[in-house]
Design a protein around this ligand. Structure first.
Ligand code: GDP
Ligand code: MG
Length: 718
């Protein structure tokens, strides 16, 4: 096995909507690259990339899988990614370490919601994209429509390199306007016959050729001058220009494929070898200190782990990209995230389930290692002299949550350890041991994502678990002014306890004026603010506390105790025991006793006065509201809208994009916890959504009644 220099390494990620043909294309590329001599199929569960048992059980990709081929003196690492929204975490990891993305579009469907979601991710990470229109052999393939939609979405970045002469069942001819030749495949695909462009196509081919030449020239002043001078560019000059356009993300070249019939695959690989940027031509990695680290195999060695999985016979496998220098088998390295020593005892190249041992890997290459003690996804490992730490990969907000527990209570601690490990392997799964809800909540990208987690715990860790409905973190607040006086008095033996507090509480909102006079039960109570304290509550919202005592009826030194008493009570609202928020308290009168008053007395007086006032201040339950964006194919818009209406959604707006609609809404968490599942079944998996916490809002009164009933029943049970 050769060791490749950075300039000969190209890291390619295959992305695209579910079922666009990524896994089929990977398989064809492996065959063309001479890695395998027979292609596996999705149907027979025999592909190189989908090899995890869980993937066979489900019939689609769950994990990204790294494959490679040595071809024409280059090492092509390509990563096949899952297409389903549920497993976007792995796609994002893969995009992070890739130099170029191949965006597969299914010619049956054109631009899909997945195309949009993934192009946004590629944009965020500034990755060059090649568009590959696949499934052109399908009877419903529509190349023209697909290109139109792509151009509508991605504008003039979309530049044709190839177009099909015949589309559909008898697809076997493609015209390449970079090389200005036509390819014709036999039934079995593979290497095509290269023929002259026929007369009837020459005009169209020339026109597209010129567009491509212009697009290539635009990226470089010298090329532009040459183009003006000569009226055209040579093939090599075009390649140079296209490469620059790719890196700047100004040019997305379009290729034609039938991955299934292995048509167009070879030419696409050739383009990757000849044109796409090698790893050292891409922007350098950035450290957490904003330092730029170029891919230089002579520099100090450092690597970044982008994927950690548990494999049946190997244990934990870490996939990494060499960020700098050369990594050798047997190297001692330091994990800067955990500050622990590790040893690279074995170094592998990965091709799906097959691993090839290698002795070293140079900057930019992708490899794997096992048996690290304390290193996981997102960690940086440094060899001698290196002190880098690379920025962690950012994963999207979770959008499916459930409570989890071990079937057997005695296994709770073990479950917590397993969950911790799984989060480290897949940071798009979040774990929260909620004190407030008294539940362990796991959240992820969708029900499938969480079911895979269950599958892994039950099959790999042999621990039976139960997923059950998660509670909602409700809040409580008040809606009107109320007043309470409370005297705490206790006489037992020697010294007694005495504290009396008079307070007014009212709803707090931003920018409200300072209090001067309160109208309570028909009386005016004038207050004079002596001190104001604003407490940012850890669970959101505020408590504002005023000391308005006059004439020293309560000593200043007792005020903190009163506030403490209030804080104790604010953690358990009277309605449902939830945290309270957004309340203003004014302590304006009271009494103390020269001997018996102490902090305890005032704490208790404050607590009770607050509790009483709270109950009289028309308390209301608040619920978390999420900002939701749904991307949905046009033909399913009606269904999705009417479904949202049953979820108490507030629709904020709709926008038509090419091929799908974008819908914005505010939806209560209670109604959207399992939305990913419903949306998927409403649209046959063709829609996607994201959600982000927005704010707390009062629940409608029927919902409040229902919640009160449930809480009462629970309290009686306990
Ligand atoms: N007709 C046709 N079917 C294809 C082509 N590529 C993939 N498929 C089929 O489409 C389905 C999804 O392909 P797969 O590679 O699993 O898509 P992925 O989800 O993007 O990995 C499978 O049934 C493939 O056999 C193609 O070029 N032509
Ligand atoms: Mg796949």
């Amino acid at each position: 096995m050769n060791v490749y220099e950075s300039k000969n390494i190209k890291n390619i990620v295959l992305i695209g909507n579910a079922s666009s043909g990524k896994t089929t294309l990977s398989e064809a590329m492996l065959m063309e690259g001479g890695v395998i001599n027979r292609r596996g199929t999705i149907e027979n569960k025999s592909t190189s990339s989908d090899y995890h048992p869980v993937e066979h059980d489900y019939g689609y990709s769950v994990f990204p899988s790294v494959l490679f081929a040595e071809w024409k003196g280059k090492k092509l690492n390509f990563i096949d990614t899952p297409g389903s929204d549920d497993f976007i975490g792995g796609v994002i990891s893969a995009l992070n370490v890739a130099d170029t993305g191949i965006m597969l579009i299914n010619a049956k469907h054109g631009v899909e919601v997945g195309t949009e979601i993934l192009s946004r991710q590629a944009e965020k990470l500034k990755k060059p994209l090649i568009f590959a229109i696949n499934q052109l052999d399908h009877e419903n393939a529509n190349y023209e429509q697909t290109i139109e939609q792509a151009q509508a979405r991605f504008k003039n970045k979309i530049v044709t390199v190839q177009y099909p002469v015949n589309c559909g069942n008898n697809f076997n001819e493609v015209i390449d306007v970079l090389k200005m030749e036509m390819y014709r495949w036999k039934e079995e695909g593979g290497a095509p016959e290269i023929i002259q462009i026929p007369k009837e196509e020459i005009e169209k081919a020339n026109e597209l050729h010129n567009t491509l030449v212009e697009a290539a020239a635009e990226n470089d002043e010298q090329l532009m001058e040459l183009y003006f001078d000569k009226g055209t560019l040579t093939e090599d000059q075009m390649r140079e220009g296209i490469k620059k356009g790719l890196i700047k993300r100004d040019l997305y070249p379009v290729f034609c494929l039938s991955a299934e019939k292995n048509m167009g695959v070879r030419r696409l690989m050739e383009f990757i070898v000849n044109v796409t940027p090698s790893v050292d031509e891409m922007p350098p990695s950035i450290t957490t200190e904003a330092e730029e680290i170029p891919y230089d195999s002579e520099a100090k060695p450092s690597l970044f782990i982008f994927n950690t999985t548990l494999e049946p016979h190997l244990g934990e496998v870490n996939l990494f990209k060499v960020a700098s220098g050369t990594i050798n088998e047997g190297d001692d390295i330091i994990n800067v995230n955990t500050n622990t020593k590790e040893r690279i005892s074995q170094l592998y190249l990965i091709a799906g389930k097959n691993k090839t041992k290698v002795s070293s890997l140079k900057a930019g290459d992708i490899g794997a290692t096992v048996k690290l003690k304390n290193s996981k996804n997102n960690h940086t490992l440094n060899g001698k002299g290196a002190t880098h730490q690379f920025s962690a990969i950012e994963y999207p907000e979770a959008k499916f949550r459930t409570a989890i527990r071990a079937e057997n209570e005695a296994d709770e601690e073990r479950l917590a350890e397993i969950l911790h490990r799984i989060h480290e392997e897949d940071p798009s799964i979040k774990i929260e041991h909620s004190k407030e809800l008294k539940q362990t909540i796991v959240s992820g990208q969708g029900e499938f994502h969480i079911n895979t987690l269950k599958w892994r715990i039950e099959n790999n860790d042999k621990l039976n678990i139960e997923l059950y409905p998660p509670k909602i973190p409700y809040r409580e607040t008040i809606t009107k002014i109320a007043k309470a006086d409370y005297r705490h008095k206790k006489q037992s033996g020697g010294s007694g306890q005495f504290g009396e507090v008079h307070m007014i509480i009212e709803p707090y909102f931003e920018d409200m004026p300072e209090p001067t006079v309160y109208k309570v039960n028909g009386h005016d109570i004038k207050v004079n603010v002596r001190k104001k304290e604003e407490v940012e509550l850890p669970w959101g919202g505020k408590l504002v506390f005023y000391n308005c005592i006059v004439g020293g009826v309560i000593d200043n030194r007792f005020m903190p105790a009163i506030l403490k008493g209030i804080m104790e009570k604010i953690e358990e609202g009277p309605l449902t025991g939830s945290y309270a928020r957004d309340i203003r308290v004014c302590v304006y009168d009271g009494k103390m006793h020269a001997v018996d008053s102490n902090e305890i007395s005032f704490k208790l007086a404050g607590r009770h006065a607050f509790s009483e006032a709270f109950k009289n201040a028309a308390p209301k339950i608040l619920e978390p509201i999420y900002d939701v964006e749904v991307l949905v194919p046009e033909d399913r818009m009606g269904d999705v809208m009417s479904d949202l209406q049953t979820r108490r959604a507030l629709i904020l707006g709709m926008e038509a994009e090419k091929g799908f609609q974008k819908l914005k809404a505010k939806v209560p968490l209670k109604e959207i916890q399992k939305y990913s599942t419903s949306l998927s079944s409403l649209t046959g998996g063709r829609a996607s959504f994201s959600m982000k916490f927005g704010e707390y809002e009062r629940v409608p009164s029927d919902v409040q009644q229902e919640l009160l009933k449930t809480y009462e029943a629970e309290e009686n049970d306990n």
